[in-house]
Write a protein that binds this ligand. Structure first.
Ligand code: FES
Length: 110
């Protein structure tokens, strides 16, 4: 996950959304890429509760009320924009943010 690594095309991100982006060179690494309006954010895909990735078995991350993503393991919820714990067993611990930049419609690691 080096600076400049392309994560997605902005046009491919629904509003709102939280998607999993995997890395070809490391099958165990993935990030959660989110959009809410004009705010694009990325986080390490590791829940602070018990360390599981956030997605369900079908690979999707549940988005609630257009502003929260929900960990499939035990239901902790996090803000789409800041990854802050919004409820559940995360007990105040948020997701680890990964800096991104949007340029010419491309979202990449900053
Ligand atoms: S690992 Fe995410 S809520 Fe438990």
């Amino acid at each position: 996950m080096t600076p400049g690594h392309v994560l997605a095309r902005l046009a491919d991100l629904a509003d709102p959304c939280a998607i999993v982006v995997r890395f070809e060179d490391d099958p165990f690494a993935s990030v959660v890429l989110t959009r809410r309006g004009d705010v694009i954010s990325a986080f390490r895909n590791k829940c602070p509760h018990a360390g599981y990735p956030l997605q369900r078995a079908d690979g999707r991350i549940v988005v609630q009320e257009g502003r929260y993503m929900v960990c499939a393991a035990h239901g902790a919820s996090f803000g789409l924009e800041d990854g802050a714990c919004a409820g559940g067993p995360c007990n105040g611990d948020g997701l680890e943010r990964i800096a991104v930049v949007v340029s010419d419609g491309i979202v990449s690691v900053a």
